[in-house]
Design a protein around this ligand. Structure first.
Ligand code: FAD
Ligand code: S2G
Ligand code: ZN
Length: 472
């Protein structure tokens, strides 16, 4: 363990015990690269504290020794935010042993959970008391609440419920000096100064370690239905979401866009996934309605809304799911894109957001610019279009070498991010910056905003030991 003194390792071991300290190179591997193997690092140690007090103690010891910490949850992040650098001097601090559900307060409609709770477990705990915790994303089987908070995760239900910022009432955080901020308040109103929790949400572990949170619970939907709709172009999708919002109000809980290229990859690589239509179409949307009433007439709502749109030529074809199995099959088409694209060589990911009304022009002009620059590049455009959030991921032209394609990454990224900037958009809608987009943020984000972020970072983490090299 270069960099860590034997005394420090001994002191850390005294805090977390055998179960909480990994120094065996083999066992450390899983913590040192991301799920796509896009980022790889090495670490002096991996620590897995079992309590907030243990987190505080190890943070204090590392702060005193000037040792940098890399917080890690489920390691499903897409920007390398949870992967240490290659110095071998950093310590990965995994929160995966902190899995307690501390309190469920149905009277206050809140649940208090520790950072290592897997999102799917949290969803189940809410359902067990007849409630909904609405955050939902493809990695929910392995991502953790701590990571969801640190990346201000979004996913497919933001349209109706918002992202983690909106779903959180209180936080418990171990600060870079080891002090514990006991901010686990379940108050919906607290106007006593700065909203400090919002500093740590989306900070990607650069301001402190989130150890627990008070999260909002929502009424569980008791009826839900899904439609798969074919469209001639993206402008039709934007018109359709406006109509469905008007018609369905809060019952519109999902509206996901997918290009033909996305669907081709899924049908090709994800077993059991088939195109719902005989005809090929350029664009599709998945629409989900849900309601707390059992007989909310969602089918009729979908039929009337889509029927009218069909009559006016906005919709080319549509299918309304008639069973749970069909709902699941339609969602599998959407959720399978990420995995499917991995089968086509390197996937250059861009998680951008622009005003919803700009999406059609953004796609049209950026597609053209990309194809002019690299003929044959395959554009996998999909995502949470109701939030203005596009996953605009590129796969190499057929027959192109992986390495040559990766050599084009910076130029391709610049085309996309310049187009995003022209729409006053963001280069990271929901995945964060991590190490992947740190430089791009320096270029595309307002300099004053970056300066204010540095001021806050300096105030909270003057030694710069919290997840260095990420975000800033
Ligand atoms: P990790 O990957 O372990 O860490 C992520 C970041 O948070 C790192 O910077 C890490 O240092 C920091 N961190 C982790 N835990 C803590 C903590 N307790 N305190 C402080 N910092 C911490 N994301 C979306 O937003 N929307 C999506 O729709 C979406 N879909 C996905 C689909 C797939 C198939 C995959 C693989 C990923 C997807 N993601 C999506 C990305 C990822 O799942 C989210 O960013 C998730 O919130 C990360 O959680 P995690 O526990 O895996 O965090
Ligand atoms: C999603 C997943 C990430 C990607 O599926 O909504 O956030 O671009 C994305 O593969
Ligand atoms: Zn997403």
């Amino acid at each position: 363990m270069s960099g860590l003194s034997a005394a420090l390792v001994q002191a850390l071991h005294a805090v977390v015990g055998d179960a909480g300290l990994i120094r065996d190179a083999e066992r450390m591997q899983t913590y040192l690269s991301d799920w796509r193997n896009a980022y790889r690092g090495c670490a002096a140690l991996v620590l897995r504290p079992a309590s907030t007090e243990e987190v505080a103690a190890v943070v204090r010891l590392c702060a005193e020794a000037g040792v940098a910490l890399v917080p890690q949850g489920g390691n499903t992040g897409l920007c390398g935010g949870s992967i240490p650098d290659d110095s071998g001097e950093q310590v990965v601090l995994s929160l995966t042993r902190m899995t307690a559900i501390r309190e469920v307060d149905t009277g206050n409609e809140t649940i208090t959970v520790e950072a290592g709770v897997i999102l799917q477990r949290l969803q189940e705990a809410a359902a067990e008391v007849g409630r909904l915790f609405p955050l939902s994303l493809g990695a929910e089987g392995s991502c953790t609440v701590g990571g969801n908070l640190a990346t201000n995760a979004g996913g497919t239900a933001v349209l109706r419920y918002g992202n983690m910022r909106e779903l959180t009432l209180g936080l418990e955080v171990v600060l870079p000096d080891g002090r514990i901020w006991h901010g686990l308040r379940g108050l919906r109103k607290d106007n006593t100064g700065y909203d400090l929790k919002q500093l740590f949400i989306g900070a990607e572990g650069t301001l402190g370690i989130i150890t627990a949170a008070v999260l909002k619970l929502y009424p569980a939907p008791r009826s839900c239905n899904t439609a798969w709709v074919a469209l001639a172009d993206v402008a039709a999708a934007i018109s359709l979401i406006g109509r469905m919002r008007q018609l369905c109000g809060d019952r519109l809980t999902g509206f996901e866009l997918m290009s033909r290229q996305s669907l081709d990859f899924v049908v090709r690589h994800v077993p059991g996934c088939n195109d719902p239509f005989a005809q090929v179409h350029p664009w599709y949307v998945l629409i989900e309605l849900s309601d707390t009433q059992v007989d909310a007439g969602l089918d009729a709502l979908l039929e009337s809304g889509l029927g009218e749109a069909f009559e006016e030529g906005l919709v080319v074809d549509a299918v309304i799911a008639s069973s749970e199995a069909q709902v699941a099959a339609l969602w599998a088409l959407r959720e399978g894109i990420s995995e499917a694209q991995n089968h086509e060589g390197p996937s250059l990911k861009h998680d951008i957001s622009v005003p919803v009304s700009c999406i059609p022009a953004f796609i049209e002009t950026t597609d053209q610019a990309l194809l002019a620059y690299l003929p044959g590049v395959r554009i996998v455009a999909y995502g949470h279009v109701g939030d203005g959030n596009l996953h605009y991921n590129l796969s190499k032209p057929p027959g192109y070498a992986d390495a040559d394609f990766k050599d084009q990454q910076a130029a391709l990224m610049q085309i996309i991010y310049d187009a995003t900037a022209r729409c006053a958009g963001s280069i990271s809608a929901e995945h964060g910056l991590g190490q992947a987009k740190r430089e791009a943020a320096e270029h595309y984000k307002d300099p004053l905003e970056r300066e204010l972020m540095r001021t806050i970072k300096q105030a909270l983490d003057p030694q710069g030991l919290m997840n260095p090299g990420k975000v800033l």
